[in-house]
Design a protein around this ligand. Structure first.
Ligand code: ZN
Length: 82
């Protein structure tokens, strides 16, 4: 059993979120990826503001391989760790 990172429910699977939350998760990731690719300066607060993604989810996405290049940039520019 795993616990969904978005809604907190328990589910069986290998994903970080349950089947109900996968579409929302993908939607958030698309918004984040869009923000990261169109902004030269990446501010963590701005990211939350512009994408509407929650700080917890944002930290989770930034720890994923697909956002590695952006998370390095955010860490450097915001001097924060996840
Ligand atoms: Zn869920």
């Amino acid at each position: 059993m795993k616990r969904c990172n978005r809604c907190g429910c328990f589910f069986i699977g290998t994903e970080e979120v349950c089947a109900n939350c996968i579409p929302n998760d993908n939607n958030d990731k698309a918004k984040l990826s869009d923000y990261c690719s169109t902004n030269t300066v990446l501010s963590f607060e701005d990211m939350i503001d512009k994408t509407g993604v929650s700080p917890a989810n944002l930290s989770r996405y930034l720890s994923m391989n697909e956002f590695l290049q952006y998370s390095k940039k955010v860490k450097k520019e915001n001097d924060i760790g996840f």
